[in-house]
Design a protein around this ligand. Structure first.
Ligand SMILES: *[C@@H]1O[C@H](CO)[C@@H](O)[C@H](O)[C@H]1NC(C)=O
Ligand SMILES: *[C@@H]1O[C@H](CO)[C@@H](O)[C@H](O)[C@H]1NC(C)=O
Length: 213
């Protein structure tokens, strides 16, 4: 420290000694000196660039793939409209096994909220919360959804017309990803649509759902 200061002082003495003897413009070293504002701006840009590069690397290393959802056997054991009631009442009992898969090798998923909705003729007849809140990397969970009850019927008596019921299961929720041990992404919404065509008391096969993040 001391040596450095002395050298600096010596340097100044030499400069001062040279200056009075000539009419030369100020030494070029003056031009290279930056104001604190310049230094701050350059440091700020450097930090921004570094953060950007780290974020890009983290993204490239962990790059989360979409969650996958499929329905493994859904059964409609009740689906009838009582049209003498006002408004017409739909009684339903739909059970479904949902396979929710986190295909990522290094990314865990938090489900801050995940709900299943039963949709018939474009209207929701029931909504339940699904019991899943966290999935470690590389894991598939089977979650059972039971939608049973009575609600105002959409489309009146249309349920009586056919033996096949186009009943959709929609999932919606809020998810966050965790990279490694520490980093977590901001929450994003998850929307899943599983189109089903069900016959009373006949279990469906496996149905792949469409996932939008
Ligand atoms: C239909 O609803 C009416 C009025 O609520 C009720 O009296 C009747 O028992 C219901 N029928 C069936 C089959 O549930
Ligand atoms: C719905 O159906 C399942 C069988 O498919 C049955 O175990 C369950 O008790 C039913 N729930 C209601 C509320 O009717």
């Amino acid at each position: 420290m001391m040596k450095q200061q002395q050298q600096d002082q010596d340097g100044i003495h030499v400069d001062a000694g040279d200056a009075p003897g000539s009419d030369a413009p100020p030494p070029p070293s003056r031009h290279r000196r930056m104001s604190p504002l310049h230094i701050f701006i350059i440091a700020f840009l450097a930090v921004c660039a570094l953060v950007g590069v780290i974020a890009l690397l983290v993204w490239l290393i962990y790059r989360p793939s979409n969650i996958q959802v499929s329905v493994d056997a859904a059964t409609l054991s009740r689906f009838s409209v009582n049209s003498t009631a006002t408004p017409p009442a739909l009684s339903f009992n739909l059970t479904a096994g949902l396979i929710i898969t986190n295909p990522n090798a290094r990314v865990a998923v938090y489900y801050d909220l995940l709900r299943a909705e039963g949709i018939y003729l474009g209207e929701r007849f029931d909504r339940i919360a699904l019991p899943i809140s966290f999935q470690p990397a590389n894991r598939a969970d089977v979650v059972r959804a039971v939608l049973a009850g009575t609600s105002a019927a959409a489309g009146g008596e249309q349920t009586a017309k056919g033996a096949l019921y186009p009943v959709d299961l929609w999932l919606n929720g809020v998810v966050r990803y965790r990279y490694g041990r520490l980093m977590r992404t901001a929450a994003s919404t998850l929307s899943v649509k599983c189109p089903l065509v069900l016959q009373l008391m006949v279990a469906s096969g496996t149905v792949e759902c469409t996932v939008n993040l």
